[in-house]
Design a protein around this ligand. Structure first.
Ligand code: SF4
Length: 242
C-alpha cells in the first residue's frame, strides 16, 4: 500500500457529511459509506470496550464478515479475552484477528527492564500498541475506532472522517455524537455481551497493569495510567482533523 497515495487521494476527495440526527446519530450511515467506499481495505481496530460492543453490532449489520483487529498486548484482563470469545459467538462471521507485538513480554523485559509500563509507559505502548497497529493498518486505506467526543478533552473535535497524520490513513469514527448513556442504552436494548469489568467500576478498560476502577464520571478515562502524565496510548492524536 502506497502511504502517500492513500493520503493524498483522500485530501482531494469529496468528503461526505452524515446526518447526526438519525437513529444512530450518523453511525450507521458513516459505516455504510465507509464500507462502500473502502471495502476490504477498511479495518476496525477494536478494544472490546463498551463503545466497541455498539460498533460491532452496527458493523455486523453492514458488513457481517468485517475485519476486526485487537491489539493483543498480552497484558489484558482475562475478562477482556472472555468478551472477545462471547462476541465471536454472537457474531460468528466477524473476522477477528489478535495482533501481537514483535517483542514477547520476556523479550521486552530483557531489552528494556522489568515492568516497562511502570518505568516508561510511552515506550511500552509504542512497542505493544502503536507499532502493532501500524502493522495492522499498513495494508488498509482506512481504519475504524470508537472514539466519542464526550470521552475527553482531547477527543472533543473528532469528526466522522479524519485525516490520521500519525498512520497516514483515514480514521473513521462513527460514534462521535453518542453519549455514555446512549451507548449503554443500546447495549441493554440489544442484549449484547460486554466486558463484566464495566460493572465493577471500570468505564474504560485497557491493559491490566495500567487500568484502575474509577468513580470519576466527569472523566471516563481517569482510571487509565493513573499516576503518570499520560492520557492516551499513542494511537490517537488530538483533533481537529486528527
Ligand atoms: Fe504497556 Fe500499559 Fe501501554 Fe499496555 S497500556 S502497552 S501495559 S504502558
Amino acid at each position: 500500500m502506497n502511504e502517500k497515495l492513500v493520503y493524498d487521494t483522500w485530501e482531494k476527495a469529496d468528503i461526505p457529511t452524515f446526518p447526526s440526527e438519525s437513529d444512530t446519530k450518523g453511525a450507521l450511515e458513516t459505516l455504510q459509506w465507509a464500507y462502500d467506499h473502502y471495502g476490504d481495505t477498511l479495518v476496525y481496530a477494536c478494544s472490546f470496550g463498551i463503545e466497541a460492543i455498539v460498533l460491532l453490532d452496527l458493523i455486523s449489520k453492514v458488513k457481517p464478515d468485517a475485519k476486526i483487529v485487537f491489539l493483543d498486548t498480552n497484558l489484558h484482563f482475562k475478562e477482556t479475552y472472555e468478551t472477545i470469545e462471547k462476541i465471536q459467538e454472537r457474531f460468528p462471521k466477524l473476522n477477528i484477528h489478535l495482533q501481537q507485538p514483535a517483542l514477547t513480554l520476556e523479550g521486552q523485559a530483557e531489552k528494556h527492564g522489568e515492568e516497562l509500563w511502570k518505568t516508561n509507559p510511552n515506550l511500552c505502548c509504542e512497542i505493544r500498541k502503536v507499532i502493532p497497529l501500524r502493522k495492522a493498518v499498513e495494508s488498509h486505506e482506512a481504519w475504524i475506532t470508537g472514539l466519542r467526543r464526550e470521552q475527553s478533552e482531547s477527543r472533543k473535535n473528532t469528526n466522522f472522517l479524519n485525516q490520521d497524520h500519525k498512520f497516514k490513513r483515514i480514521k473513521v469514527c462513527p460514534l462521535i455524537h453518542w453519549t455514555w448513556k446512549e451507548v449503554w442504552r443500546y447495549v441493554y436494548k440489544h442484549e449484547l455481551p460486554y466486558n463484566k469489568l464495566h460493572d465493577q467500576g471500570y468505564p474504560s478498560i485497557g491493559c491490566a497493569p495500567c487500568t484502575l476502577p474509577t468513580h470519576n464520571m466527569e472523566d471516563l478515562r481517569a482510571g487509565r495510567w493513573s499516576g503518570h502524565q499520560k492520557v492516551e496510548c499513542g494511537l490517537h492524536e488530538s483533533a481537529p482533523n486528527s
